[in-house]
Design a protein around this ligand. Structure first.
Ligand SMILES: NC(=O)c1ccc[n+]([C@@H]2O[C@H](COP(=O)([O-])OP(=O)(O)OC[C@H]3O[C@@H](n4cnc5c(N)ncnc54)[C@H](O)[C@@H]3O)[C@@H](O)[C@H]2O)c1
Length: 239
């Protein structure tokens, strides 16, 4: 993968920062996007709000200009809104759709022609176990993750002939700020709550960000050359 160029969104977060480290370790030139990327070590920094259509749509071209091409996109940024539909505000709806679906749509739409022109590429989207089957009390979040799973497979069919492989990773619980903040908001101690959660996973623990990042890197690499349109569940056998 040495010398390839990647864009990673949500690069300051738990999974995103692990993906950046894993790609950099394989000699990939990495451009990072998030609201604040000042603490992330990378080859190019593009801070901004992914809900801003002009910003997210311009990212692929900006990365290609800065680093000489664009071979890999990891649409990882995400937000989680809790609640049943009856508890979901219009603001929750817009935020969830904006970050989890619209931004990957705009980034992919702009990246695909660049990759096609260069002879190929790989896009890895981060969906969720809740993107492939439903879960309780997170109706709109689950719906956005199902939307990105479907978009992944549709784009894979449409763009495989151009040499672009598009796949998604579907994690169950991962030990990141997203998960831990959720516990804090509910008045729980994150370490104790993660300890309890570990007991519910057949493999014995919830995922660490690196467990997900290694699968993302595999899907982006030539080792996954025939993997296309896959929704790869990474869940320690917890369904
Ligand atoms: N943590 C889990 O248990 C879990 C499980 C399944 C799927 N996922 C998915 O994995 C992905 C990464 O999640 P994480 O757990 O690392 O969360 P995280 O909160 O640690 O990281 C998410 C990152 O996205 C960025 N982001 C959010 N909104 C943004 C915006 N408008 N503009 C720019 N950046 C924005 C945040 O700043 C943050 O750095 C998400 O898509 C999430 O839905 C997480």
């Amino acid at each position: 993968m040495r010398g390839k160029v990647a864009l990673v969104t949500g690069a300051a977060g738990g999974i995103g920062s692990a993906v950046v480290r894993a790609l950099c370790a394989r000699g990939v030139k990495v451009a990072v996007a998030d609201r604040d990327v000042s603490a992330v070590e990378a080859d190019a920094h593009f801070p901004g709000d992914l809900r801003d259509a002009a910003y997210s749509g311009a990212l692929p071209e900006a990365v290609a200009k800065a680093l000489g091409g664009l071979d890999i996109v990891v649409n990882n940024a995400g937000v989680i809104t809790r609640g049943k539909v009856t508890e979901t505000t219009d603001a929750d709806w817009s935020l969830s759709l904006g970050v989890n679906v619209e931004a990957p749509f705009r980034i992919s739409r702009a990246a695909i022609p660049l990759m096609a022109k260069a002879g190929g590429g790989a896009i890895v989207n981060i969906s969720s176990c809740w993107g492939v089957r439903p879960g309780p009390n997170h109706a709109v979040y689950c719906m956005t993750k199902a939307a990105i799973a479907s978009l992944t497979q549709c784009m894979a069919i449409d763009h495989a002939p151009q040499g672009i492989r598009i796949n998604a990773v579907c994690p169950n619980e991962v030990n990141t700020p997203m998960l831990r903040t959720g516990f804090s908001i509910r008045g729980l101690d994150p370490d104790t709550a993660v300890g309890e959660l570990n007991k519910t996973v057949p493999i014995g623990r919830i995922a660490e960000p690196e467990d997900i990042a290694d699968v993302v890197v595999f899907l982006a690499s030539n080792e996954a050359r025939y993997v296309c349109g896959a929704l790869v569940e990474v869940n320690g056998a917890k369904f």
